[in-house]
Design a protein around this ligand. Structure first.
Ligand code: R5P
Length: 314
């Protein structure tokens, strides 16, 4: 692909966009978002992007709806500014949990988000650890999905003695994903059978498949939102005889009182990534953040030069 690489940040996570630029050795391409008193937005790209290979970094975080509209407007602005190719870099994809019609008359919103990005003019999408693999199939444009497992596993190997650990999937849905961690860390796994009633944020653990007795349970999940799942899994494995509980999770949504819950819980430590910004009031000692910026920079380079992205997982 010819054309210069340009990285643009929406309002969601400029720190990640700048870190990606740092690894690529490029400056952030300036853009401006104006919020009018009627709550309309205006997005303007502040330098020439004609024939450029442009990457717009915008994970989904509060204010979620405004962030989505800002991303769509940025892509549209770039299309009208004659960018040669536009890649939406969405490390945490909006509405990724809304991926099926599991009750009557609801929207499959993750699919809608994919359609909206394409309609706005995105040529490609670059994301990380979608809540479920089928979401990747919602895109008709190429969508590359990076994995945080190598980054989180490297951290865990370097900072924990893993000789007495057991990996715990906090629900059956996660049990397949946890394989990527089990293979890398060479650890046994256990699975918590979690049930949720409708929109209830208080997930209930009902059963444990596997053995945690006397071991350090390392709970792995793709995201922590309200913290309900993590807190319930922590309680459950301790009840089943785990000696200690630690956790690793890709997307630190940490909504509502999640951080307070973690702070006052028996959970010893939590490692997350920076796919989402973690404001200073949510940075507590128990939470460690590993950056995904280098991996995203490598993926940007691979997309730009037409080389393999999947090789980055090995
Ligand atoms: C659920 O299927 C996911 O893997 C997470 O466990 C869930 O999204 C976490 O949500 P919360 O923190 O609100 O329980």
């Amino acid at each position: 692909m010819g054309g210069e690489i340009k990285i643009i940040s929406g309002s969601a996570h400029p720190a990640l966009a700048k870190a990606i630029c740092g690894h690529l050795g490029v400056e952030l391409c300036p853009s401006t978002t104006v919020r009018f008193s009627n709550e309309n937005l205006l997005v303007q790209i502040d330098e020439n992007v004609r024939e450029a290979d442009v990457f717009v970094v915008q994970p989904s975080c509060p204010p979620v709806s405004e962030g989505i509209v800002e991303l769509l407007m940025t892509v549209d602005a770039l299309r009208h500014a004659s960018a040669r190719r536009i890649t939406a870099v969405v490390p945490y994809f909006p509405y990724a949990r809304s991926d099926k019609k599991d009750r009557p008359r609801i929207s499959i919103t993750a699919r809608l988000m994919a359609d909206l990005l394409e309609t706005a003019g995105a040529d490609r999408v670059l994301t990380m650890d979608l809540h479920s693999p089928q979401v990747q199939g919602f895109f008709r444009i190429p969508a590359d999905q990076l994995q945080a497992a190598p980054i989180l596993c490297d951290y865990l190997q370097a900072h924990r003695d893993l000789s007495n650990h057991v990996l715990v999937a906090s629900d059956v849905g996660e049990s397949k994903e946890i394989g990527a961690y089990a293979n890398r860390l060479n650890l046994p796994i256990a699975v918590v059978d979690k049930r949720r009633d409708g929109d209830d944020e208080n997930a209930r653990a009902t059963n444990l498949i596997g053995d945690v007795e006397g071991r350090i349970a390392l709970i792995v999940d793709d995201e922590i939102a309200s913290g309900g799942t993590l807190m319930e899994a922590t309680r459950f494995v301790l009840d089943r005889g785990a000696r200690e509980v630690q956790a690793a999770c890709v997307h630190p949504v940490l909504s509502g009182k999640a951080v307070e819950k973690i702070e006052s819980s028996p959970l010893r430590s939590l490692v997350v990534t920076d796919t989402l910004p973690l404001p200073s009031e949510k940075r507590i000692e128990k939470i460690h953040v590993e950056s995904v910026a280098k991996l995203f920079a490598e993926a940007v380079k691979a997309i730009h030069t037409g080389s393999s992205v999947s090789r980055l997982f090995r």
